[in-house]
Design a protein around this ligand. Structure first.
Ligand SMILES: [Fe+2]
Length: 394
């Protein structure tokens, strides 16, 4: 997905011998996508990487987000007031919205993962609404902090090691097909173009791989909506080196350099990542439109082909009634949406916005979970009707 990077010891050529200083043969591990036709990474292990046996624990079926709302309404899901418990699930993330291409979840972990995880159902993209720590992976550590996107490729063994004292609140986006950067940001040799909203330097790859011993052998494999537990024969942190284009990374949303227009630019100008059926955009603080008669506020629109999901992270949300940090709105296809009463008019003359949000445009309709229903602000749809309540400005 990104340019080739390398770390640590490598064989002179793929599929040739690499030996430790004591002469032991090391084990090549080819991590490939699209069969053997897509991006790949080759890692070298001290031990055979495929030695794992099923643990005695029974597989756990994760609750699906398969509930269809009775009516087509604009929805607002409020941020949980405190970390929610999902016992007995070993990973505390709650699925909210889902379709065949993407699952949107929340995670508010209060302790580091006690086991490794590998998600065979898709790539994972986290947005760190708050918190900091380390993503520990087979290919090395990636540190993360508030405002980062964190990418974990499908099936890569990993776990989150939390910094002490930092409340953690993540938006978790699981993509069933590969996540990529928008093709329009690449030049003919695959480099990020000079007018792309980020540069190669903004992507933080794992720190150099070096074998470490951890007394952790358990890992949970997520596959087809179940968690299945295995035990590894040895620590997975035995990689001496790797190279390739498939690796986890962190990208700060603050590194995203927004485009600004004379008049309002549509959301895809803020595209940050994409996957089949999903476009992920970053709305970051920026100057607003500079036409002398511009209306900077987004126009009411009938974007009839997509379900739009917005995660509000920080900044001033006065143009969205009832929405605060950590809120998620879901505006489904088929009905128009737009600003709250008063916001369109009040935006005239505004020079800048400090809102920071992550948006998903999803081409298939989303269903929702019981958890989402429990977080719903039932007044939200009606809040767009001028006569239904007090006027919001901003
Ligand atoms: Fe929209």
């Amino acid at each position: 997905m990104l340019e080739r990077r390398s770390s640590g010891l490598l064989a002179e050529a793929p599929h040739t011998q690499l030996r430790a200083t004591d002469g032991r043969l090391l084990y090549e591990h080819c991590i490939t996508r699209q069969g053997f036709d897509g991006p790949y990474t080759i890692a070298y292990h001290e031990r055979r990487p495929h030695e794992a046996l099923p643990a005695a624990d029974a597989p756990i079926t994760l609750p699906p987000a398969d509930r269809r709302p009775e009516r087509l309404l604009r929805r607002h899901y409020q941020a949980p007031q405190s970390p929610f418990s999902l016992e007995p699930f070993p990973r505390h993330r709650g699925r909210l919205l889902e379709n065949a291409d993407v699952a949107v979840s929340l995670a508010m972990p209060t302790r580091s993962d006690a086991a490794y995880f590998a998600n065979a159902d898709g790539d994972e993209l986290y947005f760190i609404h708050s918190g900091s720590g380390t993503l520990r992976t087979l290919l090395g550590d990636v540190s993360y902090r508030t405002g980062d996107y964190v990418y974990v490729p499908r099936s890569l063994l990993h776990r989150f090691v939390l910094d002490a004292g930092a409340p953690q609140h993540f938006l978790v986006i699981e993509l069933r097909k590969p996540l990529t950067l928008p093709a329009a940001y690449r030049n003919s040799v695959g480099q990020l173009r000079m007018d792309a909203p980020y540069t190669h330097r903004d992507f933080r790859a794992p720190l150099s791989a070096a074998p470490r011993e951890e007394n952790l052998r358990d890992f949970w494999l997520k596959t087809q909506g179940t968690l299945q537990k295995y035990q590894l024969a040895a620590s997975p942190l035995d990689v001496v080196g790797w190279d390739g284009s498939l690796y986890p990374f962190a990208l700060s949303i603050d590194a995203f350099k927004p485009k600004v227009g004379k008049v309002h630019l549509p959301p895809p100008v803020h595209a940050t990542f994409e996957a089949p059926g999903v476009l992920i955009c970053s709305f970051v603080p920026r100057l607003l439109d500079f036409h002398e008669r511009a209306v900077p506020c987004p126009y009411p629109h009938s974007s009839v082909d997509v379900d739009e999901v917005l995660f509000y992270s920080r900044g001033n949300f006065t143009s969205r009634r009832g929405v605060g940090p950590g809120s998620i709105s879901h505006h489904p296809r088929g009905i128009p949406h737009g600003p709250h009463p008063g916001a369109y008019e009040a935006s005239i003359g505004s020079k800048s916005t400090d809102e920071l949000a992550v948006m998903l445009d999803c081409t298939e309709p989303l269903t929702r979970s019981q958890l989402a229903e429990s977080l719903e602000d039932s007044d939200y749809h009606g809040s767009f009707v001028e006569s239904a309540g007090s006027h919001s400005t901003g």
